[in-house]
Design a protein around this ligand. Structure first.
Ligand code: CAA
Length: 253
């Protein structure tokens, strides 16, 4: 199937060529979505690898460059997709960065860079798709939060604040769209087998893994499974919820 206009739902995945984003794209394509993976144009090595990996998906996954921290660029992207491919029914915000350091050493740049991607990015994409979704009476938005937004993490005042903010944002937007067929939820991954977690110093990482009840890091597929579930057409009664996928690392009611 080519990625031209057709009846199957269109899904936009930010951070789409990243550790978790890639798997989300693959699993959404497997359930019949037409997928647009969005990421920075500068990640040329990853883009090439992503294109090779998805070449067998018969054109149901394509890559579009966009910096999610740029409000206008997100608007142009949405316009481009809606004009050339189809209206966006599913939005998954998986773009995220870390700038880990204790607060006493954190400079404003490390704070603002992270906020611009992890929190502004969610606003920038949702702001441009929400009107179309509510007008058509259907939409599924899943924003990736984190276990560290729920618990706080040493060295992550910026990341924890942004990820907690992502869930607050999602609950508020869920209320605004609940009667218009649009659900908004978060998925909160724990520590997963991704380059982001591989960058954590080894001794700390080893201790974290030892504290995970399931006894291993999460796999990107574990997270993608939750995203696919929440983006199903019949997941229409789940909104404003957070779905933790963390191997039991943090449990709450
Ligand atoms: N708890 C308590 N004390 C800690 C600590 C912890 N978790 N980590 C470090 N410390 C202590 C150190 O032993 C050291 O003590 P002394 O000063 O007595 O020697 C001190 O705190 C270090 O403090 P610094 O201000 O020097 O810390 P730093 O600026 O060098 O930052 C760090 C340290 C890089 C943040 C390091 O602690 C670290 O990498 N921690 C892990 C952060 C982490 O888990 N990030 C997750 C990334 S993956 C992700 O975010 C995905 C997801 O959603 C789960």
């Amino acid at each position: 199937m080519s990625l031209s206009k057709s009846d199957s739902r269109v899904a936009l995945v930010t951070g789409g060529i990243g550790g978790i984003g890639t798997e989300i794209c693959l699993q959404l394509a497997q359930v019949g979505r037409r997928v647009i993976a969005v990421d920075l144009a500068t990640r040329s090595d990853r883009i090439e690898a992503f294109r090779e990996l998805t070449a067998t998906c018969h054109g149901t996954i394509r890559f579009e460059p966009c910096d999610v921290s740029d409000f206008k660029a997100c608007g142009s992207l949405v316009e481009h997709i809606e004009h050339h491919i189809g209206h966006i029914d599913i939005l998954v915000n998986a773009a995220g960065i870390t700038r880990d350091t204790s607060l006493r050493k954190m400079d404003p740049q490390q704070w603002h860079e992270l906020m611009r991607v992890n929190l502004d990015g969610v606003f920038n994409t949702c702001r441009h798709v929400v009107e179309g979704m509510t007008a058509r009476g259907f939409g599924r938005i899943v924003n990736l939060s984190s276990v560290n937004g729920q618990t706080g993490q040493f060295g992550q005042t910026n990341y924890s604040a942004a990820k907690a903010g992502v869930h607050g944002f999602s609950m508020a937007l869920a209320r605004e769209t609940a009667r218009k067929g649009v659900t908004v939820n978060t998925v909160s991954p724990g520590y997963c087998d991704t380059p982001m977690v591989a960058a954590v110093p080894e001794d700390i990482r080893r201790q974290i893994i030892a504290d995970i009840p399931v006894g291993r890091l999460g796999m990107p597929a574990d997270i993608a499974r939750a995203v696919v579930f929440l983006t199903a057409d019949d997941a229409d009664y789940i909104t404003g919820a957070n779905l933790p996928v963390n191997g039991g690392y943090f449990m709450s009611f």
